[in-house]
Unconditional design. Structure first.
Length: 140
């Protein structure tokens, strides 16, 4: 009975670690923009972020080849392009819901920390693409 319960515990733990867990960073946008314009901005931003050169630099900066056990940074760029998403959405704030553009990565629950790093690194490129001064980074 103990072996059965132990096996069930480890099976459940493995199952939960492999569940999908997308991570994104919300970037607020003008609330008066129509939904069609928000979707257009998201599509254009995704096209610019999907540039192979940008994705290779992100892969090199974060050492994704070692993390994902892929042979080259180019292969990591292909995988990152497959996992990355940019979509319009909403974010709950103390003042109510605010429209946002969500920039993120699809991954598993056990890869959550890496997905967070990738999303934050992609935001650096978003600020550069949009010509916006990035906010100061917090030191912990």
């Amino acid at each position: 009975m103990i072996l059965l319960l132990g096996g069930a515990y480890f099976a459940r733990k493995s199952y939960k670690q492999n569940l999908p867990s997308p991570v994104w960073v919300p970037m607020p946008i003008n609330p008066e923009l129509p939904v069609e314009k928000q979707d257009e901005i998201a599509r254009e931003l995704k096209a610019k972020l999907s540039d192979r050169k940008i994705l290779i630099v992100v892969s090199k900066d974060l050492g994704l080849a070692g993390e994902w056990e892929l042979p080259t940074d180019a292969a990591c760029a292909d995988e990152l392009a497959r996992r990355m998403f940019v979509r319009a959405g909403e974010h709950e704030t103390p003042l109510g819901k605010t429209p946002t553009i969500n920039i993120g990565v699809n991954g598993k629950a056990k890869e959550r920390r890496l997905s967070e790093k990738i999303s934050m690194r992609l935001m650096d490129d978003v600020f550069e693409i949009l010509g916006i001064e990035p906010p100061p980074k917090k030191e912990f």
